[in-house]
Design a protein. Sequence first.
Length: 437
Amino acid sequence: MRRTRAAAAVTVSLLASVTACGGGSADSGGGSNTAPKELTYWASNQGPDIAADQAVLGPELKKFEQRTGIKVKLEVVPWPDLLNRILAATVSGQGPDVLNIGNTWSSSLQATGALLPWDAGNVAAIGGKDRFVASAIGSAGATGKDPAAVPLYSMSYALYYNKKMFREAGIEKPPATWDEMVTTGRKLSADGKWGLGAEGSNLANNIHQAFVLSKQHGAEFFDAAGKPAFDTPANVEAVKQYVDLMAKDKIIAPGNAEYDKNQSLQDFAGGKTAMVLWQSAASSFKAHGMKEGDWGVAPVPVPAGGTPGTGTNTNSMVAGINLAVFRNTDNIDGALKFVKFMTGDEEQKILNKAYGSVPPVKAAQSDPAFATEDLTVLRDTLATSAAPLPQVPEESQFETTVGTAIKELFADAAAGRPVTTESVKAKLTKAQQQMPN
């Protein structure tokens, strides 16, 4: 997924009821071509605001129309609304032809049967699977099944730090371990300024951070059989470690417990917060008045004694945006042409440059624009130390239930209520009980 966005609330009954959507017949299996001259596209909000996305995408969609004669009706959907909008469309039958999905939703939406499977024929129509980076394809659906979507933008998490605030505090380098994070953060947390920013009410971002810490504790949120294992001792410690950055270590401002709309980026750009853990943040910093060189980028911290890698040294989830087609679109040929256009080498360069993300298309990565400090860290992280979130049908509910548990724990921390091992375990046990059997 992109930036800090609130995961939309997902109910088990709604997911269970989803079978088809879009403009064609639910039984068509691969859509129809009853409306060959138009497409509706739901794009996720990637820029600082919706107007910025419209400015980026408008000229590109016009280019597609000029080449194909197919007019694309664009709607940029805010992240807090996107998943619920998708699920409602699958039930009502009133959905777009093509849409963006956070890659963490791929397996959940795949399980509904609503998305066009990217089988050998469909993938061949857009140039083949080998064009894409393996980690990006690995986050496009459940293992052993045809992907439910195609990678569009790739991202990972990095540690962004405000160089001026570091200089003023006499700190020479960013923290590489969590122990160093706490030590550094405490030096920076003074006079109304804070060491680290967070989005405590953002369910998806909560999950991303907890997932990485869980991996670093040698844990998993789902067992080998795909069953929830939220409240294991290691997961409890992982979640507590994250919330303790506010509750115990005091390097995150209590007000961050209410953040869910990128406010921590504004604080960072305004010199109120010295560090943030974020995906592809450069374009947002610039939108808030920062200039190249005002910030530095480093890998997300790992446990003491480690360096970024796999297993307990994982330091990011595989983040990104995928492009999906509703199975019963009424312009299947046009939808495939549109996906081919959006994932073409040149278009990948244009779009990923605009959003400060990494192209999941291998050929596009050779452009010098993707060799900046920011993108080099993100690309290296994706290649060597990022892991995909659990590719299970219940992933969306996982984001909602555990993300909410962490939100509630941040609220406790902000209010001065104790965050203990017992209280964390109770929240995670409750979250696990809310999952489908």
